[in-house]
Write a protein that binds this ligand. Structure first.
Ligand code: B1M
Length: 211
């Protein structure tokens, strides 16, 4: 019941009540990952409504803002663990792509597993990943998020440029986002594809542990 309420709040962009509803769910004993799953399901519904022209970009944006506010309540439940030796990750959403909710979740889960995450944000040009790598030569992983079919090319270009750079030859490149597949990841020369934030954090931790 409470999960239905969370879905309704997110998919209908009820910004003013999202904090209370999420807090209520947590207070009543609903686990954070269950609340998060309801939010993600709601965003899928938003995507479907958009595709069917039942809603437009402004409504989609309000739903995203509502989800961000909801995730902020969950954030302390996934506390960043400080472990200086755990490993460093540079993360960002590729050029041309403004979607960041999934990327932020990946970042939160990685930090919760002890990794040091440098978040370059959204719409990140390939050169900025190289620059960040130069500034952080101890970085072990570059994590790239793409949410649009048409930014898959941007993902490819970013992987190519990283591989061509001196420091990028040995760095592990992880990719993910709804239109990305394991096959595509392999095709463009990425090392790891994961389907969600939890898997991404697990894979990143494993890479850093192995080095
Ligand atoms: Co956009 N959008 N959007 N949008 N949007 C989608 C992606 C879309 C599928 C909606 C649809 O038509 N059904 C569609 C893309 C179609 C396609 O190309 N295949 C779409 C479109 C078309 C657009 C615009 C072009 C619309 C327009 O302007 N006409 C435009 C593009 C702007 C741009 O980027 N240049 C646009 C804009 C926007 C908003 C700005 C309004 C807003 C984003 C706000 C924000 O992110 N701050 C928005 C939103 C909210 C969505 C939907 C509804 C929700 C995305 C989301 O946050 N999902 C989305 C529909 C959908 O996804 N069903 C849609 C929840 C999030 C937790 O999931 O990001 O998939 P996701 O992350 C997952 C996994 O993918 C994975 O982990 C997360 C879960 O744990 N993951 C990784 C993500 N990154 C990873 C990296 C990894 C590993 C896993 O390793 C590095």
């Amino acid at each position: 019941m409470i999960n239905e309420e969370i879905k309704d709040v997110i998919s209908n962009g009820k910004l003013n009540i999202v904090t209370d509803v999420v807090q209520e769910a947590l207070d009543s004993g609903v686990e954070s990952d269950v609340v998060l799953d309801s939010m993600i399901t709601a965003m899928d519904e938003v995507g479907e409504k958009f595709q069917n022209n039942d809603i437009y970009v402004p409504e989609m944006l309000t739903a995203a803002k509502t989800m961000e506010k909801g995730v902020a309540i969950l954030r302390p439940r996934f506390p960043a663990v400080t472990d200086a030796d755990a490993g460093k990750v540079i993360i960002g959403t590729v050029a041309g792509d403004l979607h960041d909710i999934g990327k932020n979740l990946v970042s939160i889960m990685m930090q919760a597993s002890g990794l040091d995450v440098i978040d370059l944000g959204i719409d990140v040009p390939p050169e900025d990943f190289i620059k960040a790598l130069k500034e952080n030569p101890d970085c072990k992983i570059i994590a790239l998020s793409a949410l649009l079919t048409f930014t898959l090319d941007s993902l490819r270009e970013t992987v190519e440029l990283i591989r061509k750079s001196k420091l990028g030859k040995n760095v592990t490149i992880m990719v993910g986002g709804a239109p990305v597949t394991a096959e595509f990841a392999k095709q463009i020369g990425a090392d790891i594809y994961t389907k969600d934030a939890v898997e991404a954090a697990k894979a990143a931790k494993a890479v850093c542990k192995a080095q």
